[in-house]
Design a protein around this ligand. Structure first.
Ligand SMILES: Cc1ncc(COP(=O)(O)O)c(C=O)c1O
Length: 249
C-alpha cells in the first residue's frame, strides 16, 4: 500500500532523506518521486536524491524516479537524470511531454537488469505492447528537425515561466519556489482565500480562468495551493492574468 509523505516549499516540494528514513517500515519496498514534479515544476536537489537513494538502498529498497519532465528543464543544477546515481535506479519516462506526444500512450522505463523480467510479467497483465503506429511516430521524434522544434518549445516554456511567475507574485499569488522544469507554477493563494478549492471555482465562474486546486494533488496543505499550467500560448496566458488582475486587484 503506497503511503504519501508531505512536502512543502522548504524542501522544494520534494522528499528528503530524513522523512524517508522515518517513514520506512519493514513492509516498505521503495520510494517513488517525480522530478521535475507535477504540480510544482520543482526538482529534487541531486545531493538530496543521493541521500534518499542511500537510505533506500541500505534497506534493500528501490528508488523510482518519474523523469517525464526532465527534457523540459531550465536549470543545469537540476536537469540531470537520476540514472547518474547508478544502474540500480528505476527511471520512468514518456513521449508525452518533451516530445509532445500526449495521448499516444508511449513511454519507457530504465530498469536494473534484475527487475526486467518481473516488470515484463507485470506489464503483460496490463497491456500487450505499445501500438505500432505510436512506435513509428516516435521514431520521427529523433530527427534533428524534430529535436530543434522541441528545443524551441523548451525555450518558449521557459520564457512563459519567466513571464507568469512574477505576474502571479504581483497578484498576491506567491510562487515560493521557482519552477526549474515542466510547465507549472504552484502558487500560494492564502492571501486571497482560505480554501483553494472554493477559490478555483470562484475564479472559474467570475474570471473564466481555470486553475487547479491543491486538493487534486495530495494532502499537504492543499487548501493553500493553486496550480497554473503555462502550457497555453503566451496570448492566452496574458489574457488569463489580465482577468485575474481585474478580479483580485
Ligand atoms: C509527473 C507525471 N508523470 C506521469 C504522467 C503521465 O504521462 P503519460 O501517461 O501521458 O505518459 C504525467 C502526466 O501529466 C505527469 O505529470
Amino acid at each position: 500500500m503506497a503511503r504519501l509523505l508531505p512536502t512543502g516549499p522548504a524542501q522544494r516540494f520534494q522528499l528528503d532523506a530524513d522523512a524517508v528514513a522515518q517513514a520506512w517500515t519493514p513492509a516498505s519496498r521503495g520510494v517513488l518521486l517525480a522530478s521535475p514534479s507535477n504540480p510544482t515544476g520543482t526538482s529534487i536537489h541531486p545531493d538530496e536524491l543521493r541521500r534518499i537513494d542511500r537510505v533506500v538502498s541500505s534497506q534493500g529498497g528501490v528508488t523510482i524516479v518519474d523523469e517525464i519532465y526532465l527534457g523540459l528543464s531550465y536549470d543545469d543544477t537540476y536537469g540531470h537524470s537520476a540514472l547518474r546515481l547508478g544502474e540500480h535506479i528505476v527511471s520512468v519516462n514518456s513521449f508525452s511531454k518533451y516530445f509532445s506526444m500526449t495521448g499516444w500512450r508511449l513511454g519507457w522505463l530504465v530498469l536494473p537488469e534484475a527487475l526486467v523480467a518481473p516488470v515484463e510479467r507485470l506489464a503483460q497483465n496490463l497491456f500487450i505492447c505499445a501500438s505500432t503506429i505510436a512506435q513509428h511516430a516516435a521514431l520521427a521524434c529523433f530527427h534533428p528537425e524534430s529535436i530543434a522544434e522541441y528545443e524551441r518549445r523548451r525555450a518558449e516554456f521557459r520564457a512563459r515561466r519567466d513571464f507568469v511567475v512574477p505576474a502571479l507574485d504581483r497578484l498576491g499569488l506567491r510562487v515560493p519556489v521557482m519552477p526549474d522544469g515542466a510547465f507549472y507554477a504552484y502558487a500560494d493563494c492564502s492571501a486571497h482565500h482560505a480554501d483553494s478549492w472554493d477559490f478555483a471555482f470562484d475564479l472559474m465562474q467570475r474570471a473564466h480562468v481555470a486553475l487547479t486546486p491543491g486538493r487534486d494533488f495530495g494532502r499537504a496543505e492543499p487548501q493553500r495551493w493553486l496550480r497554473l499550467s503555462f502550457a497555453s500560448s503566451r496570448e492566452r496566458l496574458e489574457e488569463a492574468l489580465h482577468r485575474l488582475r481585474r478580479e483580485l486587484a
